[in-house]
Design a protein around this ligand. Sequence first.
Ligand code: MN
Length: 400
Amino acid sequence: MTPTTWVPHAAGSGHDVDHLPYGVFTTSDEPPRVGTRIGDHVLDLAAAARATAPSYVALLDAASLNPLMAAGPETWSAVRAWVTDLLLDPAQEAALSLLPVDDVTLRLPFEVGDYVDYYASEHHATNVGRIFRPDGDALLPNWKHLPVGYHGRSGSVVVSGTAIHRPAGQRKAPTEDAPTFGPCLRLDIEAELGFVVGRALPFGERASTADFATTVFGVTGVNDWSARDIQAWEYVPLGPNLAKSFATTVGAWVTPLAALEAARVPLPGQEPAVLPYLQEEGPGGYDVEVEVELNGTVVARPPYRTMYWSPAQMLAHLTVNGASLRVGDLYASGTISGPEKDQRGSFLELSWGGREPFAVGDAERTFLEDGDEVVLRYSAPTATGRLTLGEVRGTILPTR
Ligand code: MN
């Protein structure tokens, strides 16, 4: 039985004392600092440290989570235990600053280092293969041997709530003789899960799958906005470039791995067996449920537990060549799609390449229109209920 927090309306919510995600917030009168969400409130952790744990002030009176993450996994555990104790002990209430979450401004929670985006859903990769190569094999020969990915643009990672201008670029339909320049006509989402690296790895070293829990600090939702027409023309032969680099939205809250212990599940199964450096002990997956909401209507429910590659395998692959890691590096799963039609995490799949418009309430969509608002919501089981990861929200504005 979970002990009960004294914060009103927190017990049994998606932000109970067994969750405690970290974010960075400002108020009208004070600079950015680290907080945790409990119920519908934000606990000011910089103020709490000044009052009860001065050694944590330098980690928490900070404009990003990077100092806390850089302090290492033992400190991650100690800070989480300290915050938990504060929220379970009613005698602490008077010493703490608890602010309604609607009264604070949430910022990008970490300084993003390098950013890699994977392609780890077999259902997504198969759907995309069928849409683009109807006469060939849906999966390319490498797909079940390594987690396919590309390096993205960290400088364009923005926090939930940031408006997204429709990108412009070169597009050329197969029926056209020459490319034209103009607003993207096939603007899309990719519902993904992101993993935030909290430990530096020196140049030349490798992180193994067993290093996952001491290397990755936490998890956040990701929307990898994608310009499909720009992508289709530019990606040969080196992969996505401008079709992805204009914006990637992450949640304002980073959920520590420790809060997701009850959500661990085995992978669906890997055949053929993976090479030794990708092998992993214990369950590699996470039972995170995702909802894709467009203009207030849920249009898909992708299940993360169906992903083929685990985040520990993505980490091991990322560093097997000796590439370094920095605190704040981000890697994302790739579009999460399940086997069912209503479990597809991109409009490309929901509209089958734009050929089958899908219903959104009384309207229909193939790709995003100006004014559309997308919200990705994520939840996962805990020992006694469910937690809610930070939402990933964005509205499409016209091309600048
Ligand atoms: Mn992606």
